[in-house]
Design a protein around this ligand. Structure first.
Ligand code: ZN
Length: 412
């Protein structure tokens, strides 16, 4: 029939033709029944790829396809099963059907693509699917993408932890500093956690190929790296050290104001973020507020200034100069009675070698921070990330598409 051949052309599933259709204008649904075109006799086992001419049985399957205009489309396809000497009775391979799931490949691709820039719930509405189905499709889409790409060698790695809350506690995040991509997630932040990464993800040769790691001054990670990556230099990076500095300033502020209670407490309430932001990023009004705070308490001001000046440590590229700057910085703490900062200084001295390694091994600054930020924004945006594999693939895809975006912008 003429109509069927036109529907066949619009559907355009190579090798298949529409032989029956149903249009429900009220429900806005379109149903298409398809089977192989006469010449299409290439039957392939979906398990091993062996070719067959004999068919063991024929079954019909309903598959959701891309919507046609406002119509939800379901394709009823005849699928053959073959008697394979290797796999037994097995379904034939159909290009448009990547898995057993009742969705066409191109619908899954469209859903996956939409999920890159919208929440699962919005995508669900757009494609007439449930949000949980959209997440499952998105996961398969990402798995297919991941299977089809090559992983670059790991030479510089970052290790960071993300606090997930009181119940799930910590997530250890390993990333590739050169590509800016997260590589692996592990529960907790023990030595065994990082050990597991080295054991399950890398060969002995790959572990020897790691030349540098940016990590927090956290002993379990250091121990794991020392043991499993023999040629790796540990670099205690700016991002992690400045996190400790921020914590120290916060502690001074709390000691100076909050513990005193009453009127003082009211004055600084809600201003802690001011102390944590960098001075250059504040506008005049905010700077005035901060100055007011400093006038009330010199010690808070001093702590804030010390944090600001520590930031400059990473502007030095020569070991000697960096060391001198750090010594001068620590000297300023004398007579100040700023206990949290004194503790920070001791911590820095304990990890001096790893801090100075920044001058010996060039590692990109800010990558660990960016990866961490991306993961946190994913966690904030969506539910359904109890599945760590999904979260990881999502963050990887995000890193890769961002990279492409940056490259495009540079070209323009
Ligand atoms: Zn087979």
């Amino acid at each position: 029939m003429r109509t069927d051949s036109e529907f066949t052309r619009i559907l355009s599933w190579p090798g298949y033709r529409v032989y029956r259709l149903e249009i429900d204008e009220k429900a806005k649904t379109l149903k298409l029944w398809i089977r192989r075109k006469r010449g299409n006799r290439k039957i392939e086992c979906s398990g091993c790829g062996r070719k067959f001419t004999e068919v063991a049985e024929v079954r019909e399957r309903a598959v959701r396809d891309l919507p046609w205009g406002e119509f939800q489309t379901t394709v009823f396809i005849e699928i053959y099963r073959v008697k394979c000497p290797q796999c037994g009775v097995k379904r034939e391979k159909v290009l448009q059907l990547p898995t057993k799931a009742p969705f066409s490949n191109r619908l899954e691709d469209a859903v996956g693509l939409a999920c890159e820039s919208a929440a699962a719930r919005q995508v669900a509405r757009q494609f007439f699917l449930s949000a949980s189905t959209v997440r499952r499709i998105d996961l398969r889409y990402l798995e297919r993408w991941d299977a089809g790409r090559r992983q670059p060698a790991l030479r510089q790695m970052g290790v960071d932890e993300i606090h997930l809350g009181k119940q799930q506690r910590f997530l250890t995040v390993v990333c590739n500093l050169e590509t800016g991509e997260p590589l692996w997630f592990g529960r907790e932040r023990k030595k065994e956690t990082l050990d597991e990464f080295f054991r399950t993800e890398l060969s002995a040769r790959q572990r020897r190929g790691i030349e540098a790691a940016c990590v927090d001054m956290w002993e379990p990670y250091r121990l794991s790296l020392a043991q499993r990556a023999p040629n790796c230099r540990i670099v205690y990076d700016k991002f992690h050290i400045m996190q400790h500095a921020n914590d120290a300033v916060d502690e001074v502020r709390r000691a100076e104001f909050f513990r005193k209670g009453g009127r003082m407490r009211g004055l600084v309430k809600g201003k802690s973020w001011l102390l944590l932001s960098r001075w250059v990023h504040l506008d005049t009004g905010k700077k005035r507020q901060l100055n007011k705070l400093f006038a009330l308490n010199r010690r808070v001001m001093k702590a804030h200034l010390l944090k600001e000046t520590l930031d400059r440590l990473w502007s030095y590229h020569y070991e000697g100069a960096m060391l001198r700057y750090l010594q001068n910085w620590i000297d300023q703490l004398r007579w100040q009675r700023l206990e949290p900062l004194r503790k920070l200084a001791l911590m820095l001295l304990d990890h001096l070698d790893g801090i100075l390694n920044y001058c010996r091994t060039k590692v990109p600054l800010g990558v660990v921070e960016a990866v961490n930020g991306n993961i946190k924004s994913l966690l904030r945006r969506g539910r359904g990330y109890q599945n760590l594999r999904y979260l990881l693939l999502k963050a990887q895809r995000m890193a890769v598409t961002n990279t492409e975006f940056v490259v495009l912008r540079k070209a323009a």
